[in-house]
Design a binder for this molecule. Structure first.
Ligand code: SF4
Ligand code: F3S
Length: 106
């Protein structure tokens, strides 16, 4: 499955959502995740994300591998998002910030 990683936090541009053929994105307050049981590895979402937050599970950078289990966990709690919507208000300010995991809202 594909995995949403740290760069998405507090940005949530949602361009990824529009291209997913199986609607497997799930939405939290300031982050999206992919349901690993639904993702068909089509790769389409990767190029859509302006902050390059999406990786194939095998390609997630070493320092972000905890996002694999986080996507699996949160995808069972959060609701589907199937259409693009406005990014979060301060998305552009947060786009280049590193180590944002402590900002994640559940
Ligand atoms: Fe959806 Fe394809 Fe991205 Fe998986 S890889 S989340 S199926 S767009
Ligand atoms: Fe997040 Fe990128 Fe999608 S910022 S909402 S993974 S387009």
């Amino acid at each position: 499955a594909y995995v949403v990683t740290e760069n998405c936090i507090k940005c949530k541009y949602t361009d990824c959502v529009d291209v997913c053929p199986v609607d497997c994105f799930r939405e939290g307050p300031n982050f999206l995740v992919i349901d690993p049981d639904e993702c068909i590895d089509c790769t389409l979402c990767v190029a859509e994300c302006p902050v390059e937050a999406i990786y194939a599970e095998d390609d997630v950078p070493d320092e972000q591998t905890h996002f694999i289990s986080l996507n699996a966990e949160l995808s069972k709690e959060w609701r589907p998002i199937i259409e693009k919507k406005d990014a979060l208000p301060d998305a552009d300010d947060w786009a280049s910030v590193k180590d944002k995991l402590d900002q994640l809202q559940r």
